[in-house]
Design a protein around this ligand. Structure first.
Ligand SMILES: C[S@@+](CC[C@H](N)C(=O)[O-])C[C@H]1O[C@@H](n2cnc3c(N)ncnc32)[C@H](O)[C@@H]1O
Length: 796
């Protein structure tokens, strides 16, 4: 931005003229110089005039002027440390000299620029002195950059002039550089730096320029002192015409010349090898393999209240620290929740875990005193010898592949044979080694591995619960005890267990019985009509073994274990009421109804399973009948009815009264005979009283028949024996009516013609009537017996 100051007329007041002259900035020689070229006289007169004016003029003007003068003089003295008079003298001599003098005196870049500009103008105008236009350069706001100068140049300047200008400029710059080289001084640095090469914004004020210059100079100086770091500055920030000073790198120490590489010949190699062989084998240096540190897991530090001691936790343990320290080892269990751990331990809080885990009962649970525990089957008495004699070792080898393992299609599994290395080639991949797994668990010990506990139930005596979860079909516990013969079983039932309420007998194999009175915990497992486990007999290494397996739904922690006894009471005497509480409870500890019996396809399995049904004393009686003997299974309704009758009978027996009827339950073999023994018939004394009432039907009963003949005539009973004539008629009718017997009869009495037949047809009709009458008479006789018994028992 160019601001022109109008030239003042000569008639202008001295004050104003003074102002114009004094307002010129000190660092730039006034452009009025050509007109008012400074001479010692001028300057002196001016100064004096100023002084004079200051003394003579009115106070206000003088004051103002004096102030300005003072400022200007101050500025001049600040900016021009050397005598301005000297400079003026040099300037007056010639333009070149003027330039040199200014350069020497001021050492200011701006002044030199200004001088150059002046020179250029003078050349352009053909005069040594600048024209009016030059006044522009005098203004402090006029930039003194080449750009600003060039911007002032007229576009119409011919090439010649411009060339002259350039050469002059170059000359001046050369002179300056020479001068600087001749007189190196700390002050020259900023000059060199600002030597007409830096482009600056025309909008910058002088103050800004000055401060910028100072900063640059100081920074440059500082950097030079620090070793000319400005060399590394960005090219855009570096002074353009200052060649980057090359740092003198410290000359490295002279290196010893490298020895020439010798060519290795084959002979040399051979020598080397010989040397190697001669020298003892040095310890082989292992190749540097990056060894990763093993990951260390924090065992403490994250939770509070977990450490058993107050000692500060150690992050690392030295080798001997474990031996040296007396503190107990840290717990390996998962710590309690963070922050609240200590408080929880101290105060306690009820909480519910989201899933079932190991949860054993607290100590002090009631235990049966009479229980003698054994986890192995023990042959007692003749059982071992009998077992060996009847031993029928069946072999089974599975053909399973490794891909499938011994799954449900495994032949051994299907046959209830456990796989082992003898009958299975899969090894650990085999999935049919339940008893082996159980053995490992038992060997490991601990409540979790055992997984079951005895509990006291409300109404069924003791029971067994799980203290952990079991997978579906996972083996839980083996049913072990004493293996006894049937004879031994009978003996025990009669003598040892005769007063017992609970029996722990189970049919095992080869007519042997497991008596778990002394046995494993499995003996406490109760019956349920809707069980969660099942008892299975397996052949393990050629020997039968029984175990409790989890059902198809698995077992959760805390569940009471149960299986279906499939109890075969054989005698209603042994029927017990079931208290399993299941929806489909059968009501008694009896066998399953027929509809629940497994289909024939799984007969082998069911056979194996039913081998483990519970039996009581009567089973020993029935066992002699053989496993193939069919038994009539009672339906639930009939069982319930029979139970009622048995209970009724039991109550009457308890009252001292005798039962009058036989048990309704149809039993076979010895069981039937046993039930016969149970029925107590009326005593003789009572029978004598019945004499009068019991007649013909009582013949079926030995005792009642005795009474009947005593008074046959007195008895009006229709149960009199038929006469000979009646018998004949019946036989004749039968011979006519029925095929076989009739034919026989006809053969026996061919003489009797068919003419008799119509007559005998009523006789034929009479026969069933008689038989019906017999049945009724038996029933009525029985009723009479009951009445008679009651009557006798009632002393009245
Ligand atoms: C092998 S023991 C079972 C353990 C027996 N609870 C105990 O305390 O020793 C069989 C006996 O338990 C009783 N029992 C088992 N399950 C029963 C059930 N569901 N209802 C009633 N009594 C049951 C019967 O007295 C049965 O004779």
């Amino acid at each position: 931005m160019v601001r022109r100051i109008p030239r003042l007329p000569a008639s202008a007041t001295p004050a104003l003229a003074d102002v114009s002259s004094h307002e010129a900035p000190d660092d730039t020689t006034s452009l009025d110089v050509p007109e008012q070229l400074l001479t010692p006289e001028n300057s002196r007169s001016e100064t004096s005039s100023n002084n004079e004016n200051a003394s003579t003029d009115d106070k206000s003007a003088g004051r103002r002027r004096s102030t300005r003068v003072a400022r200007a003089s101050l500025q001049a003295t600040d900016a021009l440390p050397e005598s301005p008079v000297k400079n003026n003298e040099v300037a007056a001599s010639s333009s070149q000299a003027y330039v040199d003098s200014i350069a020497k005196s001021r050492r200011s870049h701006s002044s030199l620029r200004h001088s150059i500009a002046v020179m250029e103008n003078s050349l352009r105008n053909g005069t040594a002195l600048p024209d009016d236009d030059t006044t522009t350069d005098d203004h402090p706001m006029v930039p003194d950059t080449p750009i600003s100068n060039s911007s002032q140049e007229l576009p119409s300047t011919d090439l010649k002039t411009s060339l002259q200008e350039r050469t002059l400029r170059q000359r001046v710059e050369k002179a300056l550089s020479k001068d600087e080289e001749e007189k190196p001084s700390p002050k020259s640095a900023p000059k060199a730096y600002s030597r007409g090469s830096v482009r600056r914004s025309t909008r910058l004020s002088l103050v800004e320029k000055a401060t910028g210059l100072l900063e640059r100079s100081s920074s440059v100086l500082g950097k030079r002192q620090r070793g000319n770091k400005d060399v590394d500055r960005r090219a855009s920030l570096r002074p353009r015409n200052v060649a980057p000073v090359e740092e003198e790198a410290p000359s490295p120490a002279p290196k010893a010349p490298e020895p020439k590489k010798r060519r290795v010949s084959e002979s040399d190699l051979a020598k080397l090898q010989e040397k190697k062989e001669d020298t003892p084998p040095a310890t082989e240096t292992k190749p540097a393999v990056s060894q990763y540190k093993p990951k260390r897991w924090l065992t403490h530090g994250l939770y509070t209240g977990q450490e058993p001691t107050d000692s500060p936790p150690k992050q690392r343990k030295s080798k001997n620290s474990a031996k040296a320290s007396d503190t107990p080892l840290q717990r390996k269990l998962l710590p309690m929740p963070m922050f609240a751990g200590k408080r929880l331990i101290q105060n306690g809080r009820d909480y519910k875990i989201p899933f079932d885990i190991f949860n054993p009962l607290p100590p002090g649970q009631p235990k049966p005193d009479e229980w003698r525990k054994t986890n192995k089957n023990v042959f007692v008495g003749d059982a071992a010898a009998e077992w060996k004699a009847n031993k029928n070792l069946e072999l089974s080898t599975c053909m399973c592949e490794e891909e499938t393992g011994c799954d449900e299609n495994c032949q051994n599994r299907y046959m209830f044979y456990e796989c082992d290395n003898g009958n299975c080639r899969l090894g650990p991949e085999c999935g049919n080694r339940n008893f082996n797994e159980l053995k490992a668990r038992t060997k490991a010990g601990g409540k979790y591995n055992i997984g079951v506990e005895v509990i006291k139930t409300a109404d069924r005596g003791y029971g067994v619960r799980s203290n952990r979860s079991f997978e579906p079909n996972q083996i839980i516990v083996e049913y072990t005890g004493e293996i006894i013969t049937q004879f031994e079983c009978e003996r025990r039932m009669r003598s040892v267990y005769k007063n017992n309420e609970c029996y722990y007998l189970m049919y095992f194999d080869q007519n042997m019985i497991i008596d778990a009175t002394r046995g494993s915990i499995a003996r406490f497992v109760n019956h349920s009509c809707e069980p969660n486990c099942r008892m299975e007999k397996w052949t393990v290494a050629g020997k039968p073994r029984m175990a409790l397996f989890a059902g198809d739904r698995g077992i959760m922690t805390g569940q009471e274990l149960s299986y279906d006894y499939n109890f075969d009471p054989y005698s209603n005497k042994n029927v017990q009421q079931c208290r399993c509480g299941a929806e489909n409870c059968r009501g008694i500890l009896g066998p399953r109804p027929k509809e629940n019996v497994r289909p024939k396809v799984v007969d082998d399995k069911s056979k194996a399973k039913t081998a483990g049904t519970k039996r009581k004393l009567s089973e020993a009686d029935d066992a002699s009948s053989g496993p193939g003997k069919k038994r009539k299974t009672l339906k639930p309704k009939s069982i319930k009815a029979s139970v009622k009758k048995v209970v009724k009978k039991a109550t009457t027996t308890a009252r001292g009264k005798t039962a009058t009827k036989k048990t309704v339950t149809k039993t076979t073999g010895r069981a039937a005979s046993a039930s016969k023994k149970d029925v107590k018939l009326p005593t003789v004394k009572s029978a004598s009283r019945v004499k009068a009432t019991v007649k013909q039907p009582a013949r079926k009963n030995a005792k009642s028949t005795k009474a009947a003949p005593k008074s046959p005539a007195k008895s009006p009973s229709k149960l009199n024996r038929p006469s000979a004539e009646t018998k004949r008629k019946i036989l004749a009718a039968a011979a006519r009516g029925t095929g076989g017997r009739g034919s026989k009869t006809t053969k026996k009495s061919p003489s009797k013609p068919a003419a008799k037949s119509p007559k005998k047809s009523p006789a034929k009709a009479k026969a069933p009537a008689k038989s019906k009458g017999l049945g009724n008479s038996v029933k009525s006789a029985a009723k009479n017996v009951v009445r008679a018994v009651r009557g006798t028992k009632r002393p009245t």
